[in-house]
Design a protein around this ligand. Structure first.
Ligand SMILES: Cc1ncc(COP(=O)(O)O)c(C=O)c1O
Length: 474
């Protein structure tokens, strides 16, 4: 059967490369599924009428890429597809098509139902009306008149020293992060940072763990860099590190302080176990602290980075929840030994952040205006979160599970296993609600429910949503 997928051109690239490309491509687009047993090198060589050495060389390249597994005495087997995430790949148009790397990068694992970012109660989207527009405008106006010297050109590409100084202090006070300003690298978004780390700290075919349910952005970043994404199951205590043992993981993505999307908070024992397991595997933990600056229930638990020994966690923060996703202003705290290389990689990938936005953000931190803003949005989002939970509990009672969120902008409505959450989400999307199925966030065991944002929750909107959901669950 493999012969049909491989069309050799005698005058084309070397034969091993042609076989390697054809099989790799077939695995990527799902024509060869994980588990498929391939012919032995002898059988394939005979079938194609070429030397066995050429087939062996191709199989070796495929093995190195993590596309197939080759075990002594057994036939080679496809392993890549199931773990590399199925994706709708665009057919390359005429002319130059996407490279294999490009195809991996062009995947979209989000399952938006109502078109992209189109609906109400969308998880994770802040309320634009809460953006402190006048303050930001005044601050920007001031900083845009300043002279930045070399930083206006090509110095300090990793971030303005003034902002890194302010952030190091802010993160220590508010998130328990332990960092010198030198360890901070500014990036346009957490997404950019995760992608950068997936490319810099792991090779294609190596394993990266992502929470399940978990954030699409992390899965996309890992898949885009050719990693095998594996699931770390999440329960009420957050991500369970048990699956890490002996996995050879290179990267572990977690949201320990406020799990996305369930809101679970990882307890101290789990945190210690996770750090220990990552150390044993030689894996780097990528801590996404996307919305913990404005938790409202109790004090936010300190960041994992602060209790690590210093070398095994990269911490990510963003303004995408506290201010606006469109600002493109985020940061990473990286271990000291990696600072030089990662700064250079950030520069080489062109991930520099606008200097005026950086300077304005520094001013908000220094003046205390950021903390005032965070307190304000925490109060307002708390009211909206309560409204969502109360309305749904009143209307739907025991037919759903919903816990009061501790912060952030979204929560999960849990369904019984028998309910097809994808259909429910699709029907709600038709009514204008972008509340994706919980099962679509699960790389491992599929949990049923909806992920619901509440930044734009109003009484009227919630009442309509609860009424529709009740009808759908009946
Ligand atoms: C868990 C999580 N991390 C990060 C982000 C986005 O951050 P950024 O826009 O900086 O990539 C989101 C946005 O939805 C998120 O839900």
């Amino acid at each position: 059967m493999l012969e049909g997928l491989i069309v050799l051109e005698r005058s084309g690239a070397p034969l091993p490369e042609q076989i390697y490309r054809a099989v790799g491509e077939a695995a990527r687009v799902g024509r060869l599924r994980a588990g498929t047993v391939l012919p032995s090198s002898r059988q394939l060589a005979t079938g194609l009428g070429i030397s066995r050495n050429s087939v062996n060389a191709a199989y070796e390249l495929l093995r190195a890429d993590g596309v197939i597994a080759v075990r002594a005495g057994a036939a080679p087997q496809v392993v890549a597809r199931a773990e590399l995430e199925a994706a709708q790949l665009d057919e390359a148009g005429p002319g130059i098509g996407l490279s294999q790397r490009g195809r991996a990068l062009a995947r979209d694992l989000r399952q938006w139902q109502g078109g992209r970012h189109a609906g109400q109660l969308e998880p994770g989207a802040p309320d634009e009306n809460l953006f402190p527009a006048d303050l930001w405008a005044r601050t920007l106006r001031r900083v845009a008149r300043q002279k930045f010297g070399d930083a206006a050109n090509y110095a300090d590409v990793d971030g303005l020293p003034r902002l890194k100084l302010a952030l190091a202090d802010h993160l220590a006070r508010h998130r328990g992060v332990s960092a010198t300003p030198n360890q901070i690298i500014m990036v346009p978004s957490i997404q950019a940072g995760l992608s950068l780390m997936a490319h810099c700290l792991a090779d294609p075919g190596e394993a990266g763990f992502v929470e399940s349910p978990g954030y699409f952005g992390a899965r996309t970043a890992f898949a885009g860099a050719g990693l095998l994404t594996k699931a770390l199951e999440v329960d009420a205590q957050g991500a369970d590190p048990a699956a890490l043992a002996g996995s050879g993981a290179r990267l572990v993505y977690v949201t320990p302080s406020h799990h996305y999307p369930t809101g679970a908070r990882m307890n101290l024992q789990r945190r210690m176990d996770l750090l220990e397991a990552a150390r044993r595997e030689g894996a780097m933990v990528l801590e996404d602290d996307y919305d913990s600056e404005f938790m409202w229930q109790g004090r936010a638990i300190a960041a994992l980075q602060g209790i690590s020994r210093g070398g095994e966690v990269i911490y990510f923060g963003t303004t995408a929840k506290s201010l606006l996703p469109g600002l493109r202003l985020a940061y990473m705290v990286v271990p000291e030994p990696l600072v030089g290389s990662l700064k250079q990689a950030q520069r080489n990938m062109g991930l520099r952040v606008n200097i005026h936005a950086q300077a304005a953000y520094a001013e908000l931190i220094e003046s205390g205006a950021l903390v005032t803003h965070l307190k304000r949005i925490a109060r307002l989002y708390e009211e909206r979160g309560r409204l969502l939970v109360q309305t749904l509990r009143q209307r739907l009672g025991d037919s759903i599970e919903i816990a009061m969120p501790m912060g952030g902008l979204q929560t999960v409505i849990g369904f019984a296993d028998s309910i097809d959450d994808t259909t429910v989400a699709a029907r709600l999307a038709k009514e204008g609600f972008e509340t994706p199925a919980l099962s679509s966030y699960c790389a491992g065991e599929k949990r049923k429910g909806l992920v619901v944002g509440f930044a734009d929750a109003t009484e009227k909107r919630m009442a309509r949503f609860a009424r529709l959901l009740e009808g759908l669950l009946d």
